[in-house]
Design a protein around this ligand. Sequence first.
Ligand code: COA
Length: 264
Amino acid sequence: MSDNSQDILVHTEAGVCTITFNRADKKNSITEAMYAAMADALAQAEQDAAVRCVVFQGDMAIFSAGNDIGDFLQQSAGGAAPKPAADRPVWRFLRNIAGFPKPVIAAVCGPAVGIGTTLLLHCDLVYAGDNAAFSLPFVNLGLCPEAASSMLLPQMFGYHRAAEALLLGEPFMAEAALEVGLVNRVVPPGECNALAQAQARKLAAKPLSALIETKRLMKAGQAAQVAARMDEEGASFGRLMAGPAAREAFTAFMEKRKPDFSKC
Ligand code: COA
C-alpha cells in the first residue's frame, strides 16, 4: 500500500497554518484521505489559539485537479448511492471550511478543477498566478455542483456567467476570475504563494477577536442558506454519482478516452 500521509502538508508558523496540496504526480487530485486530513487540520486550526489565519496552496504549476476520479469511480461502482453525505470526509471538509471562523487565504496557480475552484468560494482572500485555470466540470462528469456553488456562483458571477461556467464546464483564466471577483489579485506564478503568506502574516498581526467578528458579520446573512444548499447539493450529488452518466464519465477518464453520453 502506498504511503499517502504526505499528500497534504500542514505547517504552522507565526500564527499562519499553511495547508499544501502535495500530490503533484496526480495533479493534486484529492482523495478521501486528503479530505480527512484537511478537515482535521481545519478543526485543529479552529481550536488552536496560536493559529490566526489559514492558507491553502499548491505549487507554481498546479493547485488541484479536484476530486480523485478513481475514488469517484469506486464510490459509484455497483450503482448503490455512496454512504450518507454527512459521513464522508469531503462533506466534513466542506462544512469545516464553510464555517471556519478565522480568515482563510488561497494561492492558486495552474489548474483549479471542481472542488479546487469551489473551495475558493469559502476563502476570504484569493491570489492567483497568471497561469491559473479555473473549471467546474461537474456536468461533464454526470454530476451537479457542490460546496453551495450552485448558489454562491450565480451571486458572485451573475446568472449567465455562472451558467456558462457550470453548464459548459469550460476553464476560465485568472483575468476572467479577477473580473468576476473570484480572485483578489493576479501575479506571476513564482510570486503567488509568497504573496499569500505575506497577506496572512498581516492578518496574523491583527486582533483575532476583531477578525473573527468581522468575518462572522460579513457571512451572517447567508450562513444558514449555505449550509442548507450544501445539504441539498449533497443529496443530488450522491444520487447522480450512482447513475450511468457519472460511471461512464469516470470510466472514460480512467481509460483516457472521450465519454459517450448518447445513452445517458
Ligand atoms: N483524479 C485522479 N487522477 C487524476 C486527476 C483526478 N482528478 N487529475 C489528473 N489525474 C492524473 C492523471 O490520470 C495522470 O495520471 P497518470 O500519470 O497515472 O496517467 C496524472 O494525474 C497527470 O494528469 P494529466 O491529465 O496527464 O495532466 P495534464 O497536465 O495534461 O492535465 C488537468 C491536468 C488537471 C487539466 C487534467 O488532469 C484534468 O482535467 N484532470 C481531471 C479533472 C477533473 O475532472 N476533476 C474532477 C473534478 S469534480
